[in-house]
Design a protein around this ligand. Structure first.
Ligand SMILES: [Zn+2]
Length: 327
């Protein structure tokens, strides 16, 4: 792992950008909370998952946060935000879904820097499960042959000649079937999964790893059981997904959960007023979306914003943070 701390020790650009972030974030009753969202932290760059960070880039992010920002536990940060007592440059770190590499790769980086994070877990995939999009990606990594023909979903003669083409093909299939009715999509996923058996069954955390995260000072939040688009379910289905996921984790951790993150997380498309009411009624005290920007004191506690700067250089990362503090 490369150490960026020593390099950045006297970097005047980064110090200036930290100052800019202090202005942009405000403090006290004008304070704004920046919540970062991560999914996977890969061992190394993966051509099949170009949008995911690997552990060395993740370490750069964490070095910058530890050095120039006030990283707060999310529940504490939300209380400070609502009380109008948030310090400048406040940041909380979150992970969605429950990937095993959060435990194996992200946790050591966080612990080395004395940082805490909140992990939102979709309980249905713990202990050997796999999310549908990962089945598609992992299948396309290893489907034998140089091309594939799936005319029923509008994909003719897709090339599989190298990792880039395989990645594009997987993303094309994901786009083509993402919004199909649940059972129809599941049928496609299982058909595609059959083309490339065996697929990995260790992508997600075990229940023991979730318990250990908590014991080591990290926070755990709800993220449903099966990660559905809640807005597409009927009332009863949406309630079951939210409440069952919560109760499973509460049983596992022997404590009440206070934080929830909506799957996919975009307003109206993925959740709406109905989901907000369910989440509040079943006892969560705040909920996180994927709506971009930072949250202010008057932001609805059940619609807190999240964002991750994707930039590859440290200065651009910090410049984008300053911009998004004001969104
Ligand atoms: Zn998710």
């Amino acid at each position: 792992m490369i150490s960026f701390i020593s390099e950045s020790g006297h970097d005047p650009t980064l110090r200036a950008l930290a100052w800019l972030n202090g202005i942009a974030s405000g403090s006290g009753s004008r304070g704004r909370l920046f919540v970062l969202i991560y999914h996977q932290v890969m061992d190394r760059p993966d051509p099949m998952r170009k949008e995911e960070l690997d552990v060395s880039r993740f370490s750069v992010h964490m070095d910058l946060l530890a050095r120039y920002f006030n990283v707060l536990p999310l529940d504490h940060a939300i209380r400070m935000l609502k009380a109008g007592r948030l310090p400048a440059r406040s940041v909380s770190i979150t992970f969605d879904d429950g990937y095993r590499n959060n435990y194996t790769n992200a946790l050591p980086v966080l612990e080395e820097r004395g940082l805490t994070a909140t992990f939102f877990i979709a309980t249905g995939f713990l202990d050997g499960g796999r999310m549908w999009n990962d089945t598609v990606i992992e299948a396309f990594r290893s489907i034998p042959g140089e091309s594939i023909h799936l005319p029923e979903i509008g994909l003719n003669e897709i090339a599989l000649t190298d990792a880039d083409r395989r990645s594009e093909a997987a993303q094309g299939v994901i786009r083509a079937i993402k919004h199909l009715p649940y059972s129809e999509r599941a049928e496609w996923v299982s058909r595609i999964g059959e083309l490339a058996k065996p697929l990995p069954d260790d992508l997600m955390m075990t229940t023991g790893q979730v318990q250990d995260l908590r014991q080591r000072g990290m926070a755990i939040g709800g993220h449903t059981v099966n990660h559905p688009i809640l807005a597409k379910l009927d009332q009863r289905g949406a309630e079951r997904e939210i409440v069952d996921g919560k109760e499973m984790l509460e049983g596992l951790l022997k404590e009440k959960l206070s934080l929830f993150a909506y799957p996919n997380g975009r307003k109206d498309q993925d959740y709406g007023e109905r989901e907000i009411r369910i989440v509040e009624k079943c006892g969560f005290s705040a909920a996180l979306t994927t709506n971009h920007g930072a949250s202010a004191r008057d932001t609805n506690a059940y619609e807190l914003k999240r964002f991750t700067p994707w930039d590859r250089t440290r200065s651009r990362f910090m410049l984008r943070m300053a911009r998004y503090y004001r969104m």
